[in-house]
Structure formats: structure tokens, C-alpha cells
Design a protein. Structure first.
Length: 866
């Protein structure tokens, strides 16, 4: 260090650096020299309270120097106990924290004055948690429940299954010395049915029995109605044929079934809590041999359900998870001069049967075998179906998880470039070698605008099949499996079993992907030969034919997400019956959670936009969070202080808390307190309630009636229709979409973003009678990393402005939530009837008077009640 500093000074002198600068540098030198001060080490022994040395799996140490708040050293994966912590400067105090995973279990303090000192830290013994899981009667055990025990930061400490007595093997956890740290236990009887217990804070250092009584009944005995629609508003009837429903478990085994009556309804009861597939089928008893699956959706039953709806011709209304009803076949390891006759024979079977195929091409050894490459090129260049899709299978078949991000980028990009050079198209699907990938892989695919990845479900469980910019479509089955690679040949898997796996995968994942390799279809004579195995080829032919005969469409992987519009296997004809839902031909925008502090500049910019456009906006107010910022209060008072202005304030309660956790009295007090504050602030009483988290219950409704709140706006997920837009008390007008959904360039709709938004609004209006889109300030704020800044994202706000202009030009009215009933009924009632809703809103007539007026108009045949 001294030599380097001396040379630096000499060099600066030679360049006539001023003496003042040199003096400043000289004063810095001692600081640099002290970096070489003497160091010592601490030999740390971590012991349990009984004196035994603690296990190091998993142990982390954090070393703090003096009063520092940032670790001087962090030592992960401690592998010995005692453990020597070296290179600690002498003359300092050190606090050494001991962590098991991320739980702080103890610490010790030492003043390091000599080269080597010992420190003992005592930590609590681990605690064993022995869970016993029961249904809500407290005595019936839940068999086969999946139990996951995690610490507060999401690290899993234990994972197991309950036995026939509902008992779970003991899970051992650390006892934290930090009172803010805790555990959570999740008990699930299906992918979407969970009961969570938190916080769990272990007690005495021993095995503890923990009885978990869930809120699930041993048997769901209430009668559940299943309504089957052939259009967004029309139920099926006897003219649509002999239809039925089937309830199947997640292994696709039939549990219950029922015919659909002439009113389009079926009824089931006495089923266990869990996740199910709901199927609509033709000829459920197969009396005429016409049995066929028409459509399916995933549902969860926990005991509180009374009604489910399923839409045959409008699968987009069945929920966010998508089901394409399709199968993709994937041939991996496509390359030059290796079993090329076998590769060509496999590809030919798909061509002969008009079935699409995805080819996983290894970039480096591909492109020189003109016989193989020329054949594939002739197929890739064809228009229409079947599609032969070239996919990226890396450059040289390396395990991506063993490579850094830059190396992964090169593997994918080089192969994509080569495929583009040979076939003239950019590949959209990546198949990772060995089905291994990590987050770096996903980052690389996004950077290269690769939109699909296909691994295997045994490698990683894919995310739900919803609209995405990077789709995960892993293989759900394989035509062969290997026992010991390099020792035994590939072992054939029965084609019937593969077909059963396909039938299970489609309702569960929304698709099925079958993985194949060339050598599975080669004659094996101690080595794989370039002679197709006739038996295996025949089995493949039969499998393809069987899939097609079942009504499943065979598509390339890149088209799975584009096949959704064709997902219904046997759709019913569109109904010509007049709609029974009033359609307001309008939309209300709902700005949630306007406050004094959080992103208030963004809130005010959104409010100003709607004012400038002279269209309606409903803004939700949490009582405690408003009233102190003069700028915000003034803006609200100017724009919401008169019922005729296009901004309506909605009551969100005093605190942003789930109101269903409280009784009617507390809910009513929260609503009243906020109502009074808003009225005092802007001079008008709010008539709309937006429940925090969209949750409400019967006590909420009673509290609203008590406070003369006329409208409640939850979400369609928590407040399903049909909706009474004539004389309800209160009117239920829930959120039907997030505004970000409307501004999303949805691949399942045609046209511009605004065209797609309009299509979604029209679907909602036809189905619900109205549309309500929720706006969140953070969606229009500048984002710095994970932090939202109180600054408007101009581009996002311009997109919203463009949508508003487009809707106005398209004849869609933009109104406040309280105007929707009047707009809906003005479409079928005489225009003067609309005035009654204004009287009702202003309080000039009561809810009962409003209802009586509507009833009178109907009985006198002045208006029709559709």
C-alpha cells in the first residue's frame, strides 16, 4: 500500500500537481494504511440449551462490528461447529448472530483483543410440531391433506401428507429469538383449496401436538345448482339435446353426475371439499353412443357454494384460467446425420394424419444434412395446417442451469439465428436440454422475445395457463421413459396410458404436450440404428388417431395459446333468444383509494383527465387517509362537491381493512364515520360503498341499509350476478375488469388495443348489463425498481386518454357507478322513467317508493320486465 501511494505522489509531482492537492492526498494515506492493521479470529461454538453442539444444517452467521447495523461479514452454509471466523480487525467489539435458515436463534458479543478468542452461543433446542388435521366438526380427520410449514419469509421448513388419522409426521423448527418472526402452516386438499394457520410461534423445546380444526365440512351436503349457458345470458334447454354434467377429481375420475334439465340446470350434493373438474357432456348415459365432452372448467368446493355457471360457447367467461382442449407433440434432439431416417419417418406420420408437430432443433449439429433439412424446410414453408414448428433446443445441448446468463443467451440466440437463416422464420418456442432451466433462462427468453418455453412437469410445475407474454407449456407425458441412461435402452410406455395422461392433463393444465425422441422409434440392437421400429411407429399412429377421434385438436406448441377460441369441442349453436339482461351500453371507471399521501399527484392527474374529458369517474375514499392535504381536499371539493359534476366519491370505510372480519355494528360505525367526513369535506354525502379487498357479507349489506347507502361495488368474482338494476336495495354494481386488463394487448382479441378493450366491455355489458373498470394509481405512476414514485407515467396516462376518446366515439357512455341503473333501464324503459332514478339518488323518493313505482309500471304494461 505504501509503495503504491509513493509512486502515485511522484507521478503527480512530475505533472505539476499543486501542493494543496498533495497535502490532501497525504492526509488520506493513513486511512489506507490502516487497512493493513492486525487481525484475529473468533472460534464460535453454538450449543443447544442441554450443552450439545448445534446442527449446522442450515446455519448462517452474521458478524456486526461495534455498533454497525450492516453485517461486517455474512457466512452462509456453515459446515462445521465450532466454526472459526477469521480476518477480524483487533480492537473492536463484535456481535455474532446465529440464524437457522432466516430465523434468528441467538447471538453473542465479544471484544476481540487477542489473535484468537473463543465464544460460546447458546440457542434454544428445536421444537417439533406434530399437526393433527380435522374437518370443522373437530373429530373427522382429513386424510391426504398436503401440509407445508414455512417461516415468515416463505422458506419451507417441512412438507408432508396427513395419514388416515389426519396426523402429519413431526416437523422440527427453530425457536426464534426475535418476536417478530413466526411460522405459517398451509393445509390443502387441492391446488386451490388451502387452510392457512398463522402466526405459529413454537413454545417449549419438545414435540408439540397441534390440533388444526379447519372450516371445511366433512361432507358438503347442501344442494349446489349448476347452470349451463349457451350464450352469455341464455341457458341451454331441451332443444340443445341430451346434456349432463360430470364432476371429476383432479385425477379425472368421475365422482358425481347429473342430467341437465329443460331449464339449463343440474344439481349435485354430498361431495368432499376439494378441487374438481366440471364437465358438460352430450348423452351422459351414452344411450345412443353419442357421449362427448363439450367443455370443462376447474372449480373448487369448500362448502359455502350454492351456484356455479359454465358457458359453452363463451369459454372466456369461465374464469381467468384457459383451456385450449388441444394436444401438442414435441420431437426433441432433431439434428443432422443421426437417425435421420427415423426422424423423417416420425415427421411423416404427422403429415399423413394432418397433425402438427414441434421440432426441438439442436443448433450446432443442424443444417448440413440436406436430406433431413430439405424435407423439414419443405414442411415449414407450407401455409395453414398442419404446422411444422421449428423450436430452439439450445446450441449444443448443455444443461442451462450450469451456465451463466451470458452463456445461456448465446445458446438460445445462436440457435434462433440459425433457424431464421435456414427457414426464414423466427422461432417462438424454447425447449431446454434435460428440461432444466432457471430464472436466468426466463430472463434470456424475455430479452430475445421468445414467447414459449416447454420443459416437463416433472421438472417444474408450470404457472396457471392464463394470458401471458411468456407461456409455460411443459410436456405432460412422454412416449417413452428411461430407467438408467447409458445402461438400459428406452422402455416403451403403453399408448393407452399416454392417452389417459392426455385426458387428465387437458382439464388440469388446459393443454397436453407429449414429448418424444428419435431413438424411441429406432430399432435397438445393442445400439440405436437408423431403422424405424415398425411397432413403435404403429403405436404412434394409433395414438395420433385416438387423440383426433376424441375431438382434441393437435397443434404446435406456439399455437396452444392461440387455440383458445376453438377450445369448445362441440359448441352449441348461438342462441337467437332475446337477451334478458338490461344493457346500459356504458362503463364506469372506479379509482380506488384516493388518499392524502400515497401517489396523490397521480390520483389528481387521473381525476383531472376525466374532468377534462367531461366523463364520469367514481373515486373511493378511506376515511382515515383523507383530509390533511389541502391540495387533495380542494381538488375533491371542486370536482365532487356537486351531484351534477362527473366525479362521485365512494365510501371505502374508515380503515382499509376487510370489513367482513367485524360485526354489523362495527361495520356500520366505519361506514358512518367515513360518510360524515366526506360530507363535511366536500358537502355531499356518498351513496356508493366500495368494500376494501372487495369483500362484504350480510352484515355489510345491513350496515349499508342502515346508513342509506344505495350502491355497493365489489367484484364479479366475489359478487356474481345476475344483477337487479331496477329496484335493488342496495344496487350491486361490481368491478368487471381492471383498467390494465382493458389496456393489455390481448392476443385473444383482434384489432388495436382500443378495439380489444371495446370488445371486452361489450361482452361484460351483454353478460352483466354494465362494465366497471378499476383504476389503481400505481398503474399510472413512474416505477423506480420496485418502488412507485409520486410522479405520473405520461405514456400510461396517454393510453387511458386514448381509450376514453375511443369509447366516446364508439357510443359507449362513461358514467359514475350510481348512474348505471338509470342508463341500463333507459335502454328498455321510456326515457322519462330515467328521472325516477335521479329522484331515488337524491333521496326524494325512498327505496320502497322506487320499487313500488317500477312494479306499477310493469303491471300497467307501461314497461316490460324481461
Amino acid at each position: 500500500m505504501k509503495i503504491i501511494t509513493t509512486l502515485l505522489i511522484k507521478k503527480m509531482l512530475s505533472r505539476n500537481v499543486s501542493a494543496v492537492i498533495l497535502i490532501e492526498l497525504i492526509f488520506l494515506i493513513p486511512v489506507l494504511v490502516y487497512a493493513d492493521q492486525a487481525t484475529g479470529s473468533v472460534v464460535l461454538s453454538v450449543k443447544y440449551q442441554n450443552g450439545d453442539l448445534a446442527s449446522t444444517n442450515p446455519m448462517t452467521l452474521e458478524v456486526y462490528q461495534d455498533s454497525g447495523q450492516i453485517p461486517y461479514q455474512s457466512i452462509e452454509n456453515v459446515d462445521t461447529n465450532p466454526y472459526t471466523i477469521s480476518t477480524l480487525p483487533l480492537g473492536h467489539s463484535y456481535k455474532i448472530k446465529v440464524l437457522e435458515n432466516s430465523m434468528h436463534v441467538g447471538y453473542g458479543i465479544i471484544k476481540l483483543d487477542t489473535v484468537k478468542q473463543n465464544l460460546d452461543v447458546t440457542i434454544p433446542n428445536n421444537v417439533g410440531l406434530s399437526f393433527h388435521v380435522y374437518y370443522n366438526d373437530g373429530k373427522t380427520p382429513i386424510v391426504g391433506a398436503t401440509v407445508s410449514l414455512k417461516s415468515y419469509d416463505g422458506i419451507e421448513w417441512g412438507h408432508s401428507i396427513s395419514d388416515n388419522n389426519g396426523q402429519v409426521p413431526t416437523m422440527w423448527v427453530a425457536t426464534s429469538a426475535n418476536y417478530s418472526e413466526y411460522y405459517s402452516a398451509s393445509f390443502s386438499v387441492g391446488p386451490h383449496v388451502h387452510y392457512i394457520v398463522t402466526p405459529l410461534i413454537p413454545g417449549s423445546p419438545s414435540s408439540q401436538k397441534v390440533d388444526i380444526v379447519t372450516n371445511w365440512p366433512p361432507l358438503v351436503e347442501n344442494l349446489i345448482t349448476f347452470q349451463v349457458y349457451k350464450s352469455p345470458t341464455t341457458l341451454v334447454d331441451s332443444s340443445d339435446g341430451n346434456l349432463g354434467i360430470e364432476l371429476r377429481d383432479i385425477q379425472n375420475n368421475k365422482v358425481l353426475g347429473s342430467p341437465i334439465n329443460q331449464r339449463g340446470e343440474a344439481y349435485l350434493s354430498n361431495m368432499k371439499v376439494g378441487d374438481y373438474f366440471l364437465f358438460v357432456v352430450n348423452d351422459p348415459s351414452d344411450i345412443t353412443g353419442g357421449y362427448k365432452e363439450i367443455i370443462s372448467e376447474k372449480i373448487s368446493i369448500v362448502g359455502s357454494e350454492h351456484n356455479f355457471k359454465i358457458f359453452i360457447n363463451n369459454p372466456e367467461l369461465n374464469g381467468p384460467e384457459i383451456n385450449c382442449g388441444c394436444v401438442a407433440f414435441r420431437l426433441d434432439d432433431v439434428q443432422d446425420f443421426y437417425l435421420n431416417s427415423v426422424q423423417k419417418e416420425i415427421i411423416k406420420q404427422f403429415q399423413d394424419r394432418n397433425a402438427s408437430l414441434t421440432l426441438g432443433i439442436i443448433g450446432q449439429p443442424f443444417g448440413k444434412d440436406q436430406q433431413l433439412v430439405g424435407y423439414i424446410k419443405s414442411l415449414v414453408g407450407r401455409q395453414g395446417y398442419p404446422v411444422t414448428e421449428p423450436a430452439i433446443h439450445s446450441w449444443d445441448h448443455q444443461d442451462m442451469t450450469k451456465l451463466g446468463k451470458d452463456a445461456q443467451f448465446k445458446e438460445v440466440n445462436d440457435t434462433a439465428t440459425k433457424i431464421k437463416q435456414i427457414f426464414g422464420i423466427k422461432p417462438q418456442t424454447f425447449i431446454p436440454p434435460l428440461n432444466h432451466f432457471n430464472n436466468d433462462t426466463l430472463d434470456v427468453l424475455r430479452a430475445l422475445d421468445i414467447t414459449h418455453i416447454s420443459y416437463h412437469v416433472h421438472t417444474s410445475e408450470p404457472p396457471p395457463f392464463t394470458k401471458s407474454t411468456l407461456y409455460h407449456f411443459p410436456a405432460t407425458s412422454s412416449t417413452s421413459s428411461i430407467e438408467l441412461q447409458g445402461v438400459t435402452p428406452w422402455r416403451d410406455v403403453d399408448g393407452n396410458k399416454i392417452f389417459e395422461e392426455i385426458k387428465q392433463a387437458i382439464p388440469y393444465y388446459g393443454y397436453a404436450v407429449v414429448n418424444m425422441h428419435p431413438y424411441e422409434f429406432s430399432n435397438y440392437t445393442g445400439l440405436y440404428t437408423d431403422y424405424p421400429n415398425a411397432t413403435q411407429i404403429q403405436q404412434l399412429d394409433l395414438l395420433i388417431d385416438k387423440v383426433k377421434a376424441a375431438g382434441y385438436r393437435i397443434v404446435p406448441i406456439e399455437d396452444i395459446d392461440k387455440t383458445v377460441q376453438s377450445s369448445v369441442q362441440n359448441p352449441l349453436p348461438k342462441s337467437t333468444v332475446n337477451q334478458t339482461v338490461s344493457n346500459c351500453n356504458c362503463i364506469a371507471f372506479r379509482l380506488d383509494f384516493v388518499s392524502d399521501r400515497y401517489l396523490n399527484n397521480v390520483d389528481l392527474a387521473i381525476i383531472k383527465l376525466f374532468k377534462d374529458k367531461d366523463v364520469g369517474l367514481t373515486a373511493g375514499i378511506v376515511g382515515r387517509e383523507i383530509g390533511q392535504n389541502a391540495k387533495v381536499v380542494l381538488a375533491l371539493k371542486e370536482r365532487a362537491g356537486n351531484n351534477n359534476l362527473p366525479l362521485k366519491l365512494a365510501n371505502r370505510g374508515w380503515d382499509n381493512l376487510d370489513h367482513t372480519q367485524y360485526d354489523q355494528e362495527i361495520q356500520s360505525a366505519s361506514i358512518k364515520k367515513t360518510e360524515d367526513k366526506i360530507a363535511g369535506m366536500v358537502g355531499t354525502k356518498p351513496l356508493i360503498f366500495i368494500p376494501p379487498f372487495n369483500k362484504f357479507d350480510n352484515s355489510t349489506i345491513a350496515a349499508l341499509q342502515e346508513n342509506d347507502i344505495r350502491y355497493i361495488s365489489s367484484s364479479v368474482a366475489l359478487d356474481p350476478g345476475p344483477y337487479n338494476l331496477q329496484d335493488a336495495v342496495p344496487f350491486h354494481i361490481p368491478q368487471t375488469a381492471m383498467v390494465t386488463d382493458l389496456l393489455f394487448d390481448d392476443p385473444f382479441y383482434k384489432g388495436t388495443i382500443n378495439d380489444k378493450a371495446l370488445a371486452k366491455i361489450k361482452i361484460s355489458n351483454n353478460h352483466n348489463g354494465f362494465s366497471v373498470a378499476t383504476i389503481r394509481a400505481q398503474d399510472f405512476a413512474v416505477k423506480d425498481g420496485d418502488v412507485y414514485k409520486n410522479q405520473v407515467d405520461t405514456q400510461s396516462l396517454q393510453s387511458l386518454e386514448s381509450l376514453i376518446d375511443f369509447l366516446k366515439s364508439s357510443g359507449i357512455k362513461i358514467v359514475t357507478i350510481d348512474k348505471i341503473p338509470a342508463e341500463a333501464n333507459s335502454q328498455k324503459f321510456p326515457s322519462w322513467v330515467k328521472n325516477m332514478y335521479s329522484y331515488y339518488e337524491s333521496g326524494a323518493i325512498s327505496p320502497d317508493e322506487m320499487r313500488n313505482a317500477i312494479d306499477y309500471l310493469i303491471t300497467q304494461n307501461i314497461v316490460r320486465n324481461n
